[in-house]
Design a protein around this ligand. Structure first.
Ligand SMILES: [Zn+2]
Length: 479
């Protein structure tokens, strides 16, 4: 990092009182009626009754206290404009859900200005934070200025990349006329890599190291080979992590096979030396049997996204990764950011896919969302609550009609809780979400702004004929 925007020595003490603490990490422990003391932004003690001084206390009685959840793949700003547009459509062969909503995203700049967009991105961010994330791994299309301002103001932790190619059309969109998914002009993809590197040099380590920056090539089908090779070289030379989509949909596989004499996406990336333990590969839905040993040998990390894939009538591999010794993180991707709902889907669909349980337990998915993701990010200071770890915590009320009484707090979390049960989230010892709201945000104002923008967008899209399906029902006042 070349410039420090915020840097203060932290001595403040936060105590999270009397919760049931799941420590996470390599050897998780469950500690009842335990206080978590955070000082200078880091966990310093777990003890039954802390009696020393504290600057702030958070009551966690009746709550499960877990390490901060790491949402390992999102695209800021896309969800509010896309929800409800295409869930019930039968997808064309080889397509993904996002291909259907992309024409609306592509039309968006005609009615949503550059000054309107930050409010929509903020509303999306509020969902991620209310959904339980304390660290967000963000793949941003276009400029990241608005997102970076949110990291600074709202106090969460972020690992950010700016995706290249940087336009929505370049990653594929459904064309009603031809009935096919088309790829738009990619533009100068190498310039996208240069922009991402400049972002890294400017912002990596900012805000007391709450913001880090990785490289974000979109995928093996949309990024030219010379840019993938350059990305690998820069990442190795500078020690930067890489995040990309991999084996996401069949069109990707067909494109890669056509340009690589029939290789799978994984085999192709391996053939150019791209994979490694500093790579996070999201989705990995369409893996071939020979791909698993490659991912395991190279130490590549996979990001599993259960809920979004279920909307496409799909399950992605999950237990298969554990069987092959491949590290896994979890994410919400786009459209729904209730991360606890995502834990539920990962557990349920994992059981269905494996034909009856196996190793997909509540603790398996919780470990993936914490320690697995921390490992993928190369962050041994995240994903657990032992002394020395970052003071990132999620506190989940377990006294509701849906999740109490509690026989097993982890099962109560995964199978019977939702994000609505989150009492507070804390990052580096400071509350980010508390009492049903994101601190530092005017949620009502952001909602009103986003509502107005999206109604304008959907009305315009209906008139233009770019809605994927059905009718937009404007509200009675027509605003
Ligand atoms: Zn994605």
């Amino acid at each position: 990092m070349t410039e420090t925007t915020t840097s203060t020595a932290r001595t403040d003490r936060t105590v999270i009182r009397a919760g049931t603490v799941w420590t996470g990490g390599a050897s998780p422990r469950l500690l009842h009626q335990t206080d978590v003391l955070i000082e200078g932004g880091k966990v310093v003690a777990l003890e039954p009754q802390y009696r020393g001084p504290a600057d702030q206390e958070i009551d966690a009685e009746g709550c499960l206290v877990i390490p901060g959840l790491i949402n390992a793949h999102v695209h800021p700003g896309t969800s509010p404009r896309s929800r409800g547009l295409a869930e019930d459509i039968d997808l064309p062969p080889g397509a993904a859900y996002y291909h259907m909503t992309m024409p609306v995203q592509m039309y968006s700049p005609e009615v949503i200005s550059a000054t309107d967009l930050p409010g929509i991105i903020e509303w999306d961010c509020l969902a991620m934070l209310m959904g339980g994330a304390t660290t967000i791994v963000a793949e941003q299309f276009g400029t990241a200025d608005a997102w970076i301002a949110l990291v600074e103001r709202l106090g969460f932790r972020c690992d950010l990349g700016t995706t290249f190619p940087s336009t929505y059309s370049a990653i594929g969109y459904y064309d009603k006329t031809s009935g096919k998914v088309l790829l738009g002009d990619r533009g100068d993809v190498a310039a996208g890599l240069r922009n991402n590197l400049a972002l890294h040099d400017r912002w990596h380590g900012a805000f007391d190291d709450r913001l880090r920056v990785h490289l974000s090539p979109h995928g093996p089908d949309t990024v030219p080979e010379e840019v993938l090779r350059a990305t690998r070289e820069e990442a190795t030379r500078r020690g930067i992590h890489i995040h990309l989509h991999l084996a996401q949909h069949k069109l990707e596989l067909e494109t890669v096979a056509a340009q690589s004499r029939g290789m799978s996406s994984v085999a192709y990336l391996d053939s150019i030396g791209f994979l490694g333990p500093d790579v996070m590969a999201t989705h990995c839905t369409y893996l071939q049997p020979g791909d698993y040993p490659i991912l395991a040998r190279t130490g590549t990390n996979c990001v599993h996204i259960a809920y979004r894939k279920a909307k496409e009538a799909l399950t992605s591999p999950f237990r298969e990764f554990f069987d092959h010794g491949i590290n896994v993180a979890l994410a919400t991707d786009s459209y729904s950011h209730d991360f606890i709902l995502d834990l539920k889907f990962a557990a349920m669909l994992g059981k269905i896919r494996s034909g009856g349980g196996g190793r997909i337990t509540a603790e398996t998915v919780l470990r993936s969302a914490t320690w697995g993701a921390a490992t993928a990010l190369g962050r041994p200071d995240l994903g657990h609550l032992e002394p020395g770890a970052q003071g990132d915590v999620v506190i989940v009320d377990q006294t509701s009609v849906f999740n109490a009484p509690v026989f097993d707090p982890i099962k109560s979390l995964v199978y019977y809780s939702t994000a609505a049960n989150i009492r507070a989230t804390v990052v580096a010892g400071r509350p980010v979400v508390q009492n049903g709201r994101v601190l530092g945000a005017d949620m009502a104002a952001v909602r009103a702004h986003t509502e107005a923008c999206c109604r304008r967008l959907w009305s315009g899209a209906a008139g233009r004929g770019v809605l994927p399906q059905g009718v937009f029902y404007p509200d009675p006042c027509g605003c």
